[in-house]
Structure formats: C-alpha cells, structure tokens
Design a protein around this ligand. Sequence first.
Ligand code: GAF
Length: 377
Amino acid sequence: MAALADRFRSLTGSEPEGFWFAPGRVNLIGEHTDYNDGFVLPFALERKAVLAAGRRHDDQLVIASLELNEDVTIALKDLAPGVGGWDAYLAGVVWALREAGHAVGGATLVLSSDVPLGAGLSSSAAIECATVAALVDLYGLTIEKMDRARVAQVAENAYVGAPTGLLDQAASTLCEADAGLFLDCRTLDTEQVPLPMAAQALEILVLDTKTPHSHVDGEYGTRRRTCEEAAEILGVDALRDVTDLDAALAQLDDDTMRRRVRHVVTENARVLDALALAREGDLEALAPLLDASHASMRDDYEITVPTVDLAVETAREAGALGARMTGGGFGGCIIALVRAGDADRIGQRIAEAFSEAGYGRPEWFAATPAPGAGQLR
Ligand code: GAF
C-alpha cells in the first residue's frame, strides 16, 4: 500500500482518498454452468487486486499499474468498448457505471495485484470488482452487491469483449471468509456455505500449471454458442431447464453437442449435490464430485489440456482425496482437496511429474476461503 500511495502521489500530487480491494477466486465446482443459467460454488482467495484511488475534477481517468509500471490517461468522453489494453478492465467499469446512469466522474486509479494473470483465478474480475468498489464509495453510489457484480460483468462482456458469465464477478464481490458462495445464476439467489476446512483437517491445494489461457479466445465463445444452439433445439430457455438428460440427448444429432449438453446438465447436478453435502458439513464427501467434474470437463466439454490432466492425476496418485481443473479451461489451475498439511508435498510431487514430462515448473499454495471486495482503509 505504501508503493501504491507513492505512485498515486507522483501522479496527482495528493494523497489517495482510500484503498479498495477485490479478490481472485477458485471455483469449487460448477464449471461453464453460469452462462447456462445454472449453479456455481466458488470461494474467494486471499490473493487480490488493490487500488489506491481518488476522484478527479477534470473529467479524466488516470489509470496506473505498479506491476506493469505504466499509466494511461483517458478522457471520460472517449471511453468506448474495444478501446484499450490492460486498462480496459478498469476503464470498462467506469464506462459501464456511466452507461447504467450512475453519476461517476473522473478518477485516478493505481492498481497492484497478486492474482496471477491468465491462470484461471479471475485476475480480471478482481480488477473490475475492485474498481466498482472504489467508485461506489468515492462517488457515494447506492448499488447492491449483486448489481455491482453485474456492472463488472458488463465491463468484461461489452467493453473488454469477453463473453463470460457472472461467476467470477459474483465471487469476487459477494464471497465471505471461510465460506463458499452458492449462486443460482438464473434467480441470482445466493447462499453462503460454510467451508470449515481446518476444522475437518482438510485443505485446498491450488496449483497453477502455468499453461496460460484466455477468455477472449474463440474456444470459450464456441462452447457458449453450442450450448445456446442446443437449448434452442431442445426448446428450453437454457440448458438449466433440461430435466430428462436421456430424452434431451436423444433429440440431438450432433455428438459434440450431445457431450457439451451432458457436461452442463451433470455439472449442475454435481453442484447441487455438493451444496447438500456442504450444508451437512461433510466436506470430505465432496471429493468424488470433484473427480467426476474433472472427467466431464476432460471428456465431454473438452476444455482440459495435458498439463492440467497430468496435474489432476498426479495429485490423486499422491494422496489427494479429489481434484479437478478450476476456471474457464485450456490451461490455468487445478484444485485438489487434500488432508491438512499435505498441500505442499502434493504440489512438489506434481512439480516432479511435470519435470519428468518436460513441462515447466508449476506454482502452488494452500487456499483459505477469503472475503469479497471492500475498502482496506
Ligand atoms: C470463466 C468465466 F469468466 C466464467 O464466467 C465461467 O464461465 C468460467 O470460466 C467457467 O465456469 O472463468
């Protein structure tokens, strides 16, 4: 925060009005269900994007990044979708708030984030949600948390141009410490689900395979379009509405489409099963659901890659109770449910397997469910 304040002072000659943050997330279960009006169960990480922020009175947006050592100045009147690079994640939020009719003026926003980029841990949602949190407080806006998440999603969809669902922004905004966030992406009902990992002598290993992924890439959009086409053929609003999977599969001619539908429908069921188990407080029982989710993403949704599959298999061989890829796919991170104290040993074992296979060294940490966006001071 001292470095953020220094940079803020060098840009403005004054002190920041405050510091705001929003976290990255892992998704415990419920992958590619959000844009099918389905269910998700993420939790927030301690890794976060932090902003030193203050209002400006010259109708300019000054955005700086400590890590990139860059700054960008944009006039509010020039904000337009498709414009900008890394700064679009912040500028897009200002644009989305103003489009929604909120009285937001200029701002200086100095960013630092320790959420790894392109690792499937929602580094972009963390930046967007921290920006929403800062602007809401700076400009005295009244916006409920779910609507804040939706503004951040508009920034991602319309301004940055990535056709993602609400999972990441909802997690970054609404999660609470020591809990998962169950979200029904149609009704937007939520439930904070206690995840007392330590009390049950468990922990979640998060391992970054370092195989980068990107949502602006075509594969995510292709999966989404296939789901929408399938819903249309099946005569439902969204795949969430498929109640008889076998009957639905019998109506589809295309094998790829059938497998995409099977993933979404079975994944939604797994989230509901996971919710029921977590409500009962039986966290170890989540393990087979994590394994089944991974198999479904690998075989039916086809969004895993060899590094991710090797990490999951090795985690299990090394004693993880269950493991799966987390996030949008095509690289990024896995999570593994492990006995307390095992995370580092299992991470080391995966690193050895990567080395034997000629892959680069992964990075890992044990995750604790952390709170969503807010003001630091
Ligand atoms: C990415 C997207 F941003 C989310 O909306 C979600 O679809 C996820 O991939 C897959 O579950 O993180």
